[in-house]
Design a protein around this ligand. Sequence first.
Ligand code: ADP
Ligand code: TRP
Length: 325
Amino acid sequence: MSRILTGIQSTGKQHLGNILGAIKPLIELSNQPQHEAFAFVADFHSLTTVRNAEELKESTKNAVAVWIACGFDHHKNTIYLQSDVPEVAELTWYLSCFTPFPMLSNAHSFKDKSSRRNEVNAGLFTYPVLMAADIIGYDANFVPVGKDQVQHLEMTRDIAQSFNHLYGETFVIPEAKVDENVKVVPGTDGQKMSKSYGNIINIFLSEKELKKQIGTIITDSTPLEEPKNPDTCNVYALYRLMATADQQIEMRNKYQAGGYGYGHAKAELLELIVNYFSKERETYNRLMENEDELNTILLEGAKKARPVISKVMNRVRGKLGYRTM
Ligand code: ADP
Ligand code: TRP
């Protein structure tokens, strides 16, 4: 049994790209019997940028609802809030005393974030240490991440290895799991879908709002009567990601026959998304209306997570010369 662990960023809404590219594949992995998955909302990390309690709460709630709605099995696996298990902050302090300053100064993501902000706080700088504590505090074996997080994983391994070297075997050395075959979901403008490009499709919107979002997909100006090329069309590029083989052939034929407009294709895409994600949409809406249910799930998750990190903390405190608890 190996433990996979992943931190979920709570800021911003999860879009079709995140869901098909990261969330669904990870949930599939977590459902395999040989894996135990820990997924947590990195709400301590959010404090490096968020300055509003309501915003923090709302985005946390949304992130958890999306994960459960997309099929994360919180009975088999564990989902929790980083801030519900504050031991991780204590571990961050210990690890920060083993983290070379130049290593943090060289982090790409710090350089990138600090160059784009007026206010650069120390939390932004020590972000990777908290991330290391998230991972090695839970004896994680594998950490599925996008390419942008690989350097953070290398730092985590370095910190853990140097601690183990000085104090003897204490931490499990985690491995990053980067999925090279991840399909890139295009956005409404044909570029990679991303919150930062403003080209997302949010599958949890009401049908009316979703219709509006789909309406913004950019198409060419081929007149309705003329044949069209599905392979260069942004609507079809999204449709094929969710459609069955038969549905794909059928839509291709309609494009090629002519007399079929982009408005028709968009209406079919809307119908497909609503059907394909009908269970997810229903669960999401139920959970967003039902804070108690979400809180119960999260408190149960924290109850499962806490003994795991407590055991690691005792190992660390003992090694460092502090009282164990
Ligand atoms: P964004 O680009 O919207 O800020 P993130 O960088 O937070 O998204 O990505 C979170 C996860 O979702 C990453 O693992 C990333 O690989 C995946 N992901 C994001 N956008 C897409 C996309 N358009 N297609 C496939 N996967 C994506
Ligand atoms: N830094 C990660 C991101 O931006 C989120 C994160 C925080 C994380 N702690 C983690 C990811 C631990 C994996 C493991 O996406």
